[in-house]
Each structure stands twice: as structure tokens, then as C-alpha cells.
Design a protein around this ligand. Structure first.
Ligand code: BG6
Ligand code: MG
Length: 217
């Protein structure tokens, strides 16, 4: 069957683990050092966005212009704080339903891949014990183009040896949904239809996901 689903590709932050809060703490701390307030609402704009693009958004909020070297230095500082937070993570921070669904996929012969913009993805997978649940791991160190570019998911499908049309992507960010669609894959949005309406199906969390739902995508 050409259209059957053979693989599931998962975004990490916001789909399998809730790291947005740690990104927020680190960006807020950086903004405070630079002399302005960075709100939780501002942080929403950073979901699914690469580290450097996130910094650009933050600097715009603060009305600050910097050169490349200064930006590099700030991104590194933010990342050091972020790594401090995520180094304390454990399995209790896996989002509801994520582990059970990964297990269900594998027990039923579906391949699984991670497709994340984060360069810290391997550490998060290790600390939460999720690493063994993936046949392929594509993170921010493997890609040259950020979502909504489809690169991360196309690389994942290639490593799994599965055609894009036989893949389904699980994403919580608008840019990720667009990336999945541009890759020619089906897509499930994790969140609300208001922001993720472009996905074939939108569910509040992986807790409400079953394999029979995949067949209907
Ligand atoms: C994405 C997050 O998964 O990874 C973004 O949603 C984050 O908020 C991006 O900026 C890059 O992460 P990192 O860990 O490489 O700074
Ligand atoms: Mg995400």
C-alpha cells in the first residue's frame, strides 16, 4: 500500500517534553541582563524557532541591535543557562501519553524518528530515558535549514528508509506543521486548532492519540 503509514516522526520540545519553560527562563534572564522584560507571551513566538532566530526575535522585543559576534556570545550565554536547567531533567518530564504512544508505534512495526531544531536534543533524550525509542535522531546539529524548511523531516525519512508519503509528523509549532507539509508528509498538530489548523488532525496531547487514528489521516 503506497499510502500506508510506515513511520512516525516526532518534534521534541512541546510534543515529547515540556522544555519551553526552561527556554523561557534562560531567555528571560538574558533579557533582564540586557535591561528589558521578556514575557511568557513573547516566548510563544520562539516555539519551534532556531536558537539564533530566537535571539533575533528577543532583541527586537528589547529594541536592541547587535553585530554577529555579540549575538553569538549572547546565544552561547543563554545556552549555558538552558543546559543547566535541562541537565536536571528526568523521565518525570515526559509529556502525558508520549511514552505509551512511542511504545505502541514500535510494537506495531512503525519506525520512529526524532526531528528537532534543538542542538540539545540528544542530552534531553538521554536524561529522560527516551533515546532507545528512536530508530533515527535528527537534531539541530544535522540540519542547515530551520523549520519551516522540510530538511529535518526529509533527513529523518531518509535515515529510516521510508518515503515521505508514508510518514506522519507530530508537531506543536506552526513552522513545524509547514515543514511537514512541505516534506510531503501527513501531520498531527499537538495543541489547539486556532494555531495548528493547517495540520490534518489537531489533538491536545499524545494522550489522545491512537494508531487507528493514524490510518484515517
Ligand atoms: C526548538 C524549540 O525545538 O529548538 C525552540 O522549540 C528552540 O524554542 C530550538 O529555540 C533550538 O534549541 P537549542 O536547544 O538548540 O537552543
Ligand atoms: Mg516544538
Amino acid at each position: 500500500m503506497t499510502n500506508s503509514i510506515q513511520a512516525c516522526l516526532f518534534d521534541l520540545d512541546g510534543v515529547l517534553v515540556d522544555t519551553a519553560k526552561y527556554h523561557f527562563l534562560a531567555w528571560k534572564r538574558l533579557a533582564a541582563e540586557l535591561g528589558f522584560t521578556f514575557t511568557e507571551q513573547d516566548n510563544e513566538k520562539l516555539k519551534g524557532v532556531s536558537r539564533m532566530a530566537s535571539l533575533d526575535i528577543l532583541l527586537k522585543v528589547g529594541g536592541i541591535e547587535l553585530n554577529g559576534t555579540q549575538k553569538q556570545e549572547l546565544a552561547e550565554r543563554k545556552n549555558e543557562w538552558y543546559v543547566e536547567y535541562i541537565s536536571q531533567m528526568d523521565a518525570s518530564e515526559i509529556l502525558p501519553g508520549a511514552l505509551a504512544f512511542l511504545q505502541q508505534c514500535r510494537e506495531n512495526g512503525l519506525k520512529t524518528a526524532l526531528g528537532s531544531a534543538s542542538k540539545n536534543a540528544p542530552m534531553i533524550l538521554r536524561n529522560t530515558g527516551l533515546t532507545p525509542y528512536f530508530d533515527a535522531i535528527i537534531d539541530g546539529t544535522h540540519t542547515s535549514q530551520a523549520k519551516p524548511d522540510p530538511e529535518v523531516f526529509l533527513l529523518g525519512a531518509r535515515e529510516l528508509g521510508v518515503n515521505p508519503e508514508n510518514c506522519v509528523v507530530f508537531e506543536d509549532a506552526e513552522a513545524g506543521i509547514e515543514a511537514a507539509k512541505r516534506a510531503g508528509m501527513r501531520c498531527v498538530g499537538i495543541g489547539t486548532p486556532e494555531t495548528l489548523g493547517a495540520a490534518g488532525l489537531v489533538i491536545p496531547s499524545l494522550e489522545s492519540m491512537t494508531l487507528s487514528m493514524i490510518k484515517k489521516l
